[in-house]
Design a protein around this ligand. Structure first.
Ligand code: TYM
Length: 332
């Protein structure tokens, strides 16, 4: 049996180049060696209010983007989290073995809850549901961006604790970060991670932005007071632009120095914009082809669920029996 991979993305906001370089592109690559499960985490999305019709549209948009980026539904399961009931079931069991102190330490919880007057319990429990997503599939590898590293550590801690309390039940997963592009920063503010939920037109490049918009956002990107690229003294804005180029172009550090040392910032931005536009063009064309086919996406999500649910249900059955929960004579 091939080792398994699981990862997920929230269907909220617009998918951007950080999501692509940090996670989605690695998902595509992992299909070669692993049995893969890719989840549209709609239950995570509702930890913040989502307009219902918009959420439904976003779920389909995300499925189409997975496919357009190169996820092959013949090899990998693409499914919606809420469509596989085992996710919420295991989440509760894991909640019961997770000390509150572990959750209170999560930096994303602290950051998100600081912005809100009243903090929903869902935001607090968020990482436990994420642990359930991963452990249900006995995933050995979880390809994510750097901002999820702490949640992955927690997942490992929860799995280890459950295993030591109830006997070996879960594979303890490893985090798979890309070597370049694990944390793409905002173009308007290179000290903040590029984020789907950030408002403001100069912040992110969405995967579906047209060339003119990409060009405009890139040309407005924050740099620093130097006139040209200096690899020794550059600030975070310039470093971020170079990272985007390096990741998309799969360049070595030596190639980057040879190409960019001494280049004026205006030319740097033009070149990075050109690279991003060229790399997104085939993905966008494929996306528009996919969404034009009626019924196709629902079929993909149905097949994905049919592949994911038996694996997830098996893990829940094992976890229930290990914990001593009731098992009826017949399943209905
Ligand atoms: P989400 O939806 O915020 O992001 C999806 C993926 O994109 C990565 N990412 C980035 N990578 C590089 N630079 C950035 N600026 C950037 N912003 C986001 C994220 O690290 C992530 O890999 N909690 C998760 C979703 C989730 C999940 C899971 C992930 C739920 N269950 C199980 C893995 C396994 C999240 O909110 O990702």
């Amino acid at each position: 049996m091939r080792a398994r991979v699981l990862s997920g993305i929230q269907p909220s906001g617009n998918l951007h180049i950080g999501n692509y370089l940090g996670a989605l592109r690695n998902w595509v690559r992992s299909q070669k060696d692993y049995e893969c499960f890719f989840c549209i985490v709609d239950l995570h999305a509702i930890t913040a209010y989502q307009e219902p019709a918009e959420l439904q549209a976003k779920i389909r948009e995300l499925a189409a983007l997975f496919l357009a980026a190169g996820i092959d539904p013949k090899q990998s399961a693409i499914f919606a989290q809420s469509d596989v009931h085992a996710h919420t079931e295991l989440a509760w069991m894991l909640t019961c073995v997770t000390p509150m102190g572990w959750l209170e330490r999560m930096t994303q919880f602290k950051a998100k809850s600081a912005k809100q007057e009243s903090v929903g319990d869902g935001i607090f429990q968020y990482p436990v549901l994420m642990a359930a997503d991963i452990l249900l599939y006995q995933a050995a590898i979880v390809p994510v961006g750097d901002d999820q590293s702490q949640h992955l550590e927690l997942t490992r801690d929860i799995a280890t604790r459950f295993n030591s309390l109830y006997g070996d039940t879960f594979v303890v997963p490893k985090t798979d970060l890309p070597s370049v592009g694990a944390r793409i920063m905002g173009l308007d503010d290179p000290t903040a991670k590029m984020s789907k939920s950030a408002i403001g037109s100069g912040h992110a490049i969405a995967l579906l932005d047209d060339p003119a918009k990409i060009q405009k956002t890139m040309m407005r990107a924050t740099t620093d007071s130097n006139p040209e690229v200096n690899f020794e003294t550059m600030g975070p804005g310039v470093a971020n632009l170079l990272t985007i180029y390096q990741a998309f172009g799969e360049k070595t550090n030596e190639e980057m120095r040879a190409e960019f040392a001494g280049m004026r910032y205006g030319d740097l931005k033009k070149r990075v914009a050109g690279m991003v536009i060229a790399k997104l063009e085939p993905l966008q064309a494929e996306y528009h082809r996919i969404v034009a086919e009626p019924g196709y996406l629902d079929g993909i999500l149905q097949e994905g669920k049919e592949r994911a649910a038996p694996v997830a249900n098996q893990t829940v059955a094992t976890a229930k029996s290990r914990m001593g929960l009731y098992k009826s004579l017949a399943t209905i």
